[in-house]
Design a protein around this ligand. Structure first.
Ligand code: ZN
Length: 193
């Protein structure tokens, strides 16, 4: 889909890792479609994930007792948020599709455990349970429509052939990603059946 803007939020330390390869495949596949792809490489950027006073430039409303919520709200109105936050907010606002690629994120994630471990009767329980706080609690709550997650199970213990297969199915999915309908992000999707 030419003209679409895609933001990939990427969190992995090693560019030559499986995660790095999945990111590369996404950039290549989507760029070939004519999309404008931006990557926020959080480790390379040394992105500050903590919510601290440094996020607010200029004077605090109440320097005696620091309340992050109040100060961030005020700073946002007065445009006094630090530039690394504002830059990322702008990227999210401009994007038609946001892909989170990393251990902590969703949509496209890799696991340590196998697919069997992430079933209802497996040791970890259904993988959908893990997606509830991120997909529903964070993304849906913040106004995103959520597409089905892309989960690559246990690439570390998979064979080279299986890894290639996972990479290929990711690339194949991206070919038609713009036609996908979001999941019904409600409790039954996560906890039903
Ligand atoms: Zn939801």
């Amino acid at each position: 889909m030419a003209g679409k803007k895609v933001l990939i939020v990427y969190a992995h330390q090693e560019p030559r890792s499986f995660n790095g390869c999945l990111k590369k495949v996404a950039v290549e596949t989507l760029s070939k479609q004519g999309c404008t792809v931006t990557v926020s490489d959080l480790y390379a950027m040394d992105f500050e994930p903590r919510a601290t006073r440094n996020d607010i430039t200029g004077a605090l409303s109440n320097p005696e007792v620091f309340s992050y919520g109040v100060e961030a709200y005020e700073a946002c109105k007065k445009r006094c948020l630090t530039s690394d936050i504002v830059d990322e907010q702008k990227k999210v606002q401009e994007a038609d599709l946001v892909i989170f690629q990393g251990k902590l994120a969703l949509l496209s994630i890799t696991t340590g455990g196998t697919a069997e471990m992430y079933t209802k009767t497996g040791v970890s329980g259904d993988f959908k349970y893990f997606l509830w706080p991120l997909q529903h609690g964070t993304l849906h709550f913040c106004g995103f429509k959520v597409l089905a997650p892309q989960i690559s199970f246990a690439p570390e213990t998979a064979s080279e052939e299986e890894r290639k297969q996972m990479m290929a199915s990711w690339a194949q999915r991206l070919e038609t990603i713009w036609k996908e309908v979001p999941i019904p992000c409600t409790p039954p999707w996560y906890f039903g059946q």
